[in-house]
Design a protein around this ligand. Structure first.
Ligand SMILES: C[S@@+](CC[C@H](N)C(=O)[O-])C[C@H]1O[C@@H](n2cnc3c(N)ncnc32)[C@H](O)[C@@H]1O
Length: 182
């Protein structure tokens, strides 16, 4: 994952991706949407973990689309990359008619996005958030939609060499919110 080109804001860290993917329970041949794909790191990890996954990677930012495109090319990842705000993309693109699972790393319009994903059949939805207001907004919306399952606070500290010994440097905590339907 470290060989990926980065974007401002940075990619989702591998440990957070690992937990998020475990909660998504991706199945072979299913359709997966990476909302706010950024560098494409989550789509790349998902495609390495599960065979024949149909992946739609969506981002509203030019820089993200350019970087994710390069990263997909360099890693041989077969994902459909779509430029646009995800609630508009999902409402307009009629060929994305059924979605099995979704990872949400970009939370603009989260309330609307959750509802659209649910209408398109998403059974497992995993949201990453760093701001407490986003956590509350997401949990409240999931509860209204009857899909809230669990919320995790994940704090990773990474060992770093200092004068030949090792100290742990904490990374920003990430909240993982899980929704399940059906
Ligand atoms: C934290 S960054 C990228 C994280 C990504 N998982 C990675 O590993 O690089 C979040 C991204 O979500 C995008 N984003 C946020 N809300 C969005 C929305 N409603 N529609 C499309 N993209 C969105 C932003 O443009 C940004 O590139």
């Amino acid at each position: 994952m470290s060989d990926l080109l980065h974007i401002s804001g940075g990619p989702t860290k591998p440990e957070i991706i690992a937990i998020s993917l475990s909660k998504l329970e991706l199945a072979e041949g299913s359709t997966f949407v990476d909302v706010g794909c950024g560098t494409g790191a989550v789509s790349i990890a998902a495609s390495r973990q599960v065979r024949n996954l149909k992946i739609y990677a969506i981002d509203a930012r030019d820089e993200a689309i350019r970087v994710a495109g390069e990263n997909f090319k360099n890693t041989g990842t077969n994902a459909s990359l779509i430029h646009g705000e995800v609630s508009k993309v999902l409402s307009q693109q009629k060929d994305i008619d059924t979605i099995d699972c979704a990872f949400i790393g970009g939370t603009r319009n989260i309330q609307q996005v959750l509802e659209i994903l649910l209408h398109k059949g998403a059974k497992n939805i995993v949201v990453n958030a760093v701001r407490i207001e986003t956590v509350v907004r997401t949990m409240n919306r999931m509860q209204e939609l009857g899909i809230f399952d669990e919320v995790l606070h994940v704090a990773v500290s990474r060992g770093k060499s200092i004068t030949g010994e090792t100290m742990f440097q904490p990374e920003n905590p990430v909240y993982i919110i899980v929704g399940r339907s059906g």
